[in-house]
Design a protein around this ligand. Structure first.
Ligand code: SF4
Length: 82
């Protein structure tokens, strides 16, 4: 039996575990060539963690999920912090 999920749900409507799994899955499915290097990813997230625009995993400057943006090789901080 397959589990179907509403495609119009927001990530924030998921429970915490589903939210984290969905985020991880998305990052894992990003082609390796489009992904930021692991050390770059971690450095970016450390910067976000020290930023007052971070709220529950979301950047208040651009509305993105910072973990998704930081995972992309071409991802940029809207305030040029990384
Ligand atoms: S992406 Fe930039 S502005 Fe947004 S939370 Fe991270 S450091 Fe702050």
């Amino acid at each position: 039996m397959s589990t179907r999920r509403c495609v119009r749900c927001l990530l924030q409507e998921f429970d915490e575990d589903t939210y984290i799994r969905t985020l991880k899955k998305h990052i894992e499915r990003t082609p390796a060539g489009d992904r930021a290097a692991p050390e770059t990813y971690e450095k970016r997230l450390e910067t976000c963690k020290g930023c007052d625009r971070l709220a529950r995993g979301t950047c208040l400057a651009c509305g993105c999920y910072v973990e998704l943006r930081a995972a992309s090789r071409r991802g940029r901080c809207p305030y040029e912090k990384w």
